[in-house]
Design a binder for this molecule. Structure first.
Ligand SMILES: C[S@@+](CC[C@H](N)C(=O)[O-])C[C@H]1O[C@@H](n2cnc3c(N)ncnc32)[C@H](O)[C@@H]1O
Length: 223
């Protein structure tokens, strides 16, 4: 969803109202935090080129709620590392809707890291969320329970970026669309190198409240 260049329009659009199905699903405090973050993305985020202005009308459905639904696959008190987090998707969203998790956000563009650090301060997440400016493949291993990613690279390329940050028996969770199966097949060899090929599967989150539900590739690191 990220857009490298600052928006040409000086007039950001407002964040659309919270969809009723989200209000039924998320608790009130989580929804309030998510709304405030959505408003920051729709205003400052657009002006600073964190997201494109055309993303604003679809912020809830396409972005915030897709990422929030990923929480269904996250165990309690997990340490999460989010690779290529951009403006905070899904890592910051997971921190906002799940007060029990610790999150490390790894992002290679400095100005996105600046925005992320401001969000961390604004939402008082400094105890639970760390921002690392760097390339995932160059950052020291983080020993995470879960390594998340969304819209960063094809699975084949993502595996060697994510797996070093997972502890043994930890897993990577890559948010993928309709091509999840195809990407999983194409990544078989590289997953095998991490003894993860036999422990890879497609998970679906958001069934019954997000349309279409979210498809994740989950692969567990065994060595
Ligand atoms: C298309 S954006 C997606 C951002 C966010 N995950 C989302 O879903 O909106 C990809 C992001 O990954 C970052 N990125 C690309 N390669 C990376 C790497 N090797 N390590 C860390 N971040 C990377 C880019 O700077 C960019 O912010």
């Amino acid at each position: 969803m990220s857009d490298d260049s600052p928006a040409t329009s000086p007039e950001p659009l407002p964040l659309p109202p919270v969809p009723s199905y989200a209000a039924r699903r998320l608790d009130r405090a989580a929804l309030a935090r998510l709304t405030a973050y959505g408003e920051a993305l729709a205003s400052d985020g657009v002006i600073r080129g964190m997201i494109g202005p055309r993303e604003v009308p679809i912020l809830w459905d396409r972005h915030l709620l897709n990422c929030a639904a990923m929480a269904e696959a996250v165990e309690r008190k997990a340490k999460i590392v989010d690779i290529g987090t951009g403006a905070g998707l899904p890592g910051l969203v997971l921190a906002l809707v799940r007060p029990d998790v610790q999150v490390v956000l790894i992002e290679t563009l400095q100005r996105r890291c600046d925005f992320l650090s401001e969000m961390v301060a604004r939402f008082e997440l400094v105890q639970r969320v760390t921002v690392i400016w760097g390339r995932a493949e160059e950052v020291p291993p983080q020993e995470a329970d879960i390594v998340t990613s969304r819209a960063v690279a094809p699975l084949k390329k993502l595996v060697p970026w994510c797996m070093p940050h997972a502890r043994i028996d930890g897993r990577m969770l890559a948010l993928k669309g309709q091509k999840a199966e195809e990407e999983l097949n194409a990544a078989h060899k590289v997953l095998h190198r991490w003894s993860a090929a036999k422990h890879a599967e497609i998970l679906t989150c958001g069934t019954g409240w997000i349309d279409p539900p979210v498809k994740l590739v989950s692969a567990t690191r065994r060595k």
